[in-house]
Design a binder for this molecule. Structure first.
Ligand SMILES: NC(=O)c1ccc[n+]([C@@H]2O[C@H](COP(=O)([O-])OP(=O)(O)OC[C@H]3O[C@@H](n4cnc5c(N)ncnc54)[C@H](O)[C@@H]3O)[C@@H](O)[C@H]2O)c1
Ligand SMILES: O[C@H]1[C@H](O)[C@@H](O)[C@H](O)[C@@H](O)[C@H]1O
Length: 337
């Protein structure tokens, strides 16, 4: 294959810094060419020891840095639209962290911009599609041995949420993963959302509606429920059970070590996503680099990011106003059929 992919990483926070390390030390076929963060110290810290990477505080300047041939967007969700459009304007391939764009109007602008280009440039960071357990479940469901899926029961727990987390973000940031996973596992669009809020946990920051219970309906008549609880305090737990006509299958319990000693057994529970999904992020980024070097997009794309934003926005409306909210997707452009 040709030259190394020179990646500009936008955002050097938790995910951005971890992706810089991954591109530099884990993944083959790519190098970090530039890192941009308005917080220059954070950007400098992320590139410490990375050879040849320049630091910028302006993300757009990083796209124009010498040697940049691709972009990894790991800034906060509201900054993604501008970065995606700037990358498209330069013809640069992109891996964009989820959510692609938190609001559906912005997501539609990104969809229309890529459709206008007439070629796919962006992959969205729905890394569960690269997790070994999710891949096994997908293969099982596609193989048909369990018959038609009727329901997915999902659990999504975080130890604690960042300070800036809002009630809407439980749906449009956290549950965006279940939205994508359900669409992918079932091969169906989601058509309606109902969000219920139990009495908030005493462990949640005041005013945060945490936990929430989210119910999705699909175009094929399946139901998907999600318990999302982002200040559970005890562990990072992501589970999914598919209930089908001829059996059920559950994932999410297999990522652990059980230590037996002194007459008792203890089971480790991951404390964050960087541990639970470490392998998935590695596979995701390697697969993006490989496909990009061949001029392809093989992972979840802009249509998936757009659909997730529309579903999440319907969910936020249900959270705020109550009741069941229908999902209204724009027609799917030919590029994504
Ligand atoms: N796939 C996953 O499991 C996963 C996990 C965590 C976060 N994320 C996503 O990754 C993204 C970043 O999340 P995080 O937890 O790293 O956040 P963070 O707050 O730790 O870091 C964000 C960084 O972006 C910088 N920034 C702000 N505006 C910017 C801009 N316009 N351009 C470039 N940088 C900018 C901030 O200064 C900060 O350093 C979000 O979209 C989030 O949803 C995904
Ligand atoms: O941004 C993060 C990330 O997407 C994690 O995978 C998820 O578990 C968190 O809830 C979310 O806040």
């Amino acid at each position: 294959m040709g030259d190394l992919l020179g990646v500009a990483v936008l955002g050097a926070g938790h995910m951005g810094a971890d992706h810089v390390r991954r591109l530099d030390q884990v993944v083959s076929g790519a190098r970090v060419a530039a890192v941009a963060d308005p917080d220059a110290d954070r950007a400098r810290e992320a590139v410490a020891g990375v050879e040849g990477a320049v630091v910028h505080t302006d993300p757009v300047a990083a796209l124009d840095a010498p040697g940049v041939s691709a972009v990894l967007i790991a800034s906060p969700g509201p900054a993604h639209e501008e970065a995606l459009l700037a990358a498209f304007a330069r013809g640069l391939p992109v891996l964009c962290e989820k959510p692609m764009v938190p609001d559906s109007a912005g997501a539609l602008r990104v969809l229309e911009a890529e459709a206008r280009l007439g070629r796919r440039l962006a992959q969205i960071g729905f890394m569960r599609r690269y997790d070994a357990e999710y891949l096994r479940l997908k293969a099982l469901l596609d193989g048909g041995r369990l018959g038609r899926p009727l329901m997915l029961h999902c659990t999504h727990r975080n130890v604690s949420s960042p300070d800036h987390f809002t009630s809407a973000m439980l749906v449009n940031s956290s549950v965006s993963h279940e939205i994508d996973a359900a669409r992918w596992l079932l091969g169906q669009e989601l058509t309606a959302v109902t969000v219920l809020r139990p009495a908030p946990s005493a462990g949640a920051p005041p005013g945060l509606a945490d936990p929430q219970f989210v119910l999705f309906e699909t175009e094929g008549g399946a139901l998907v429920d999600v318990e999302v609880f982002v200040n559970c305090g005890f562990g990072y737990q992501v589970r999914c059970e598919a209930v089908c006509e001829a059996g059920s299958a559950r994932i999410g319990d297999g990522h652990t070590m059980v230590v037996t000693a002194g007459g008792g057994a203890t089971e480790e529970v991951a404390q964050d996503y960087l541990v639970r999904f470490a392998d998935a992020y590695d596979r995701e980024v390697q697969s993006w680099v490989d496909a990009t070097r061949r001029g392809l997009v093989t992972g979840p794309g802009v249509w998936d990011g757009y659909a997730a934003s529309v579903v999440a926005e319907a969910g936020v409306r249900s959270l705020e106003n109550g009741g069941r909210v229908a999902v209204d997707l724009a027609p799917r452009p030919a590029l994504y059929r």
